[in-house]
Design a binder for this molecule. Structure first.
Ligand code: 5AD
Ligand code: FES
Length: 332
């Protein structure tokens, strides 16, 4: 199965008759290569200010209906400290592309968080090679930057004023600098073909990704895509399961967007190839404002409620919570 061709992947994505088999096979591969441990990553959404205009995203700068916020560098470190106290072994810093957080500001934040003996992941978009290098030298371990779609034409339509080749360059730069690199894609963008989703999965393998996050597109009312159909939960799950089958030992999150479309989305994902969950660790006041898409889960909860909730869910399916940092442990 690891050498599936584009045609074979496309056929599986198009045919829903074998879905149960596909999901349980991905679950088996997950168990064999990464075991029953689920890695929790404490997510800090530290700024919803973004200079970009991605057509699908509620944080796009042209959305004037969103109250914007920035968490101060000191408070970011404080949230990280609280997350570590709760047992998180990885902190993920995510934001819109917000230039307020300069190279130096972020390096200081990274250095302080790394004193807490945790793994640190950045998810802050496209930056220069020099920025990525400085963040790495300050101690950042991982970087998430989804390709979103490998269909160049679709990418260009979805991302005005952005350049597909620069996205590829970012992925290459991060790899060269020694980061664990995470990528991923959106499933169900308007005019996205099944063939291009097969290309996405083959792309993940080609770049030797360490992590892949896949989620359904959810139409946001304050974006140009407001009248488009949501992506399909099942198709996103199938793309995720195939990614597990092809890449085997990588880390794959059960994404929040999946749970937005299906109340059991993350549990189903954890039983179809996923081995990571990224609970929010900021206070309730910011959560609703980080509205990438509508219907985001956990917006009324606080960090300890989310921790308790997700622990219960993970244990209810016979899985355990990892006590290590959860690096990509290469087995193939
Ligand atoms: N629906 C689902 N996911 C979205 N993202 C951005 N906007 C949406 C949306 N409307 C995803 C992108 C991005 C990640 C942080 O959130 O894939 O990389
Ligand atoms: Fe936040 Fe369940 S993880 S409420």
């Amino acid at each position: 199965m690891e050498n599936l061709s584009k045609k074979e992947i496309t056929d599986i994505l198009k045919d829903d008759k074998q879905n149960d088999w596909l999901f349980s096979y991905a679950d088996k591969i997950r168990k064999k290569y990464v075991g029953d441990e689920v890695h929790l990553r404490g997510l800090i959404e530290f700024s919803n200010i973004c200079k970009r205009t991605c057509k699908y995203c509620g944080l796009r700068c042209e959305n004037r209906n969103l109250e914007r916020y920035r968490i101060s560098p000191d408070d970011i470190v404080l949230y990280a400290q609280k997350a570590v106290d709760m047992g998180y072994k990885t902190i993920v810093l995510q934001s819109g592309e917000d230039e307020f957080y300069s190279r130096d500001v972020l390096c200081k934040v990274i250095e302080k968080i790394k004193e807490l003996d945790v793994a640190l992941t950045l998810s802050i978009g496209e930056r220069s090679f020099e920025d990525y290098k400085a963040f790495k030298q300050s101690g950042a371990d991982r970087y998430l930057i989804r390709i979103e779609t490998t269909d160049r034409n679709l990418y260009t339509k979805m991302h005005p004023h952005m350049d597909f080749d620069n996205r590829l360059k970012c992925l290459k730069d991060l790899k060269k600098l020694g980061y664990e690199v995470g990528s991923g894609s959106l499933i169900g963008l308007p005019n996205q073909t099944i063939e291009s989703i097969a290309d996405d999965i083959l792309f993940f393998k080609e770049i030797e990704a360490d992590m892949i996050g896949i989620g359904p597109f959810i139409a946001h009312p304050n974006t140009p895509l407001k009248n488009e159909q949501n992506g399909s939960f099942t198709l996103a799950l199938k793309a995720m399961a195939l990614t597990r089958i092809l890449l085997k030992d990588i880390n794959i999150p059960a994404t929040t967007a999946m749970e937005t479309l299906n109340p059991k989305g993350r549990i189903i994902a954890l039983q179809s190839g996923a081995n990571v969950v990224m609970p929010n660790v900021t206070t309730t006041e910011y959560r609703a404002k980080y509205e990438i898409y509508p219907g985001k889960i956990c917006i009324n909860e606080n960090p300890s409620q989310c921790r308790g909730c997700i622990e219960g869910k993970i244990k209810s399916i016979g899985r355990t919570i990892s006590t290590n940092k959860g690096f990509h442990n290469k087995k193939i």
